[in-house]
Design a protein around this ligand. Structure first.
Ligand code: IPT
Length: 264
């Protein structure tokens, strides 16, 4: 009995921690897990790798638009497929955290601290989750009659966060920065340290994900927590239910705000 996982780059912390949780939960149920990593931006090819290995069900943690997900679903025929990073309006089975409420909670936290100039460091726009986090940031600012201060972009890696901040420094920093994932926040904080900008004294930084490392940043990172271990376990349980012909019970996933020491 085998499950397949198609995943984005496992050099990234969130997909790696999700994959780890999936593997553990699958093993506990007596399932072997086959992983195919998409490095070439070709979701169909990655899914075909799994199908060639005769998996019983597929978990897809690749950023997909609705039509792409529907095509993957067709490709998989009668095998159950569950999507972990898909445009929510897609007519496919999904298991994912809402991005809008998470990013909104981050902005509300910054506003409640008195910040008015709130910038964004976002992930790549081909990621539906990145676009949703950005939309929610804009909308939450507008709801407070605030205008976006700066909108920077990286590729989810720490290095890209570092470079994005270096391009913005030394002047024109916002009072607070929402970073669309913790890894980019790590790089951003490194650039701020390098320029002697105090966190949170001169700028507040809030991340997104709460990966296992985020409590160990200096200072420890305030962030929007997606419980990645729970997501992985939950996605396997939903898949097992489908394989046993059960109606998949729908448990709504919610992010939570974890306030540590990078916001004030
Ligand atoms: C999303 C992470 O939040 C982000 O940090 C990055 O790792 C991205 O995945 C990679 O695709 S989590 C995803 C399940 C929406």
């Amino acid at each position: 009995r085998t499950l397949g996982l198609a995943t984005s780059d496992l050099a990234l912390m969130a997909p790696a921690q999700i994959a780890s949780a999936i593997q553990q939960r699958a093993a506990r149920a007596g399932y072997h897990l086959v992983i195919a990593m998409d490095s070439g931006n070709d979701a169909a090819a990655t899914v075909n790798e799994l199908l060639a290995q005769r998996v019983d069900g597929l978990l897809i943690n690749l950023p997909l638009e609705a039509d792409e997900a529907q095509q993957i679903q067709l490709l998989c025929g009668s095998k159950p497929v569950l999507f972990l990073d898909v445009e929510p309006r897609a007519a496919v089975a999904q298991c994912q955290y809402p991005n809008e409420s998470g990013a909104r909670a981050a902005v509300e936290h910054l506003v409640s601290l008195g910040h008015r100039q709130i910038g964004l460091l976002n992930g790549p726009l081909r990621s539906v989750s990145a676009r949703q986090r950005e939309n929610a940031w804009r909308q939450a600012l507008a709801d407070h009659q605030l205008t976006p201060h700066c909108s920077l972009r990286g590729d989810w890696s720490a290095q890209s966060g570092y470079q994005a901040l270096l391009a913005q420094l030394p002047d024109d920093l916002p009072q607070a920065l929402l970073v669309a994932n913790d890894q980019m926040a790590l790089g951003a904080m490194r650039a701020l340290h390098q320029y002697g900008v105090a966190i949170p004294g001169e700028i507040s930084v809030i991340g997104y994900d709460d990966t296992a490392e985020s409590a160990w940043y200096q200072p420890p990172l305030t962030t929007v927590r997606q419980d990645l271990h729970f997501l992985g376990a939950q996605s396997v349980e939903r898949m097992l239910a489908r394989l046993q012909g059960e109606e998949a019970s729908h448990i709504a996933l919610e992010t939570t705000l974890v306030i540590r020491e990078t916001t004030a």
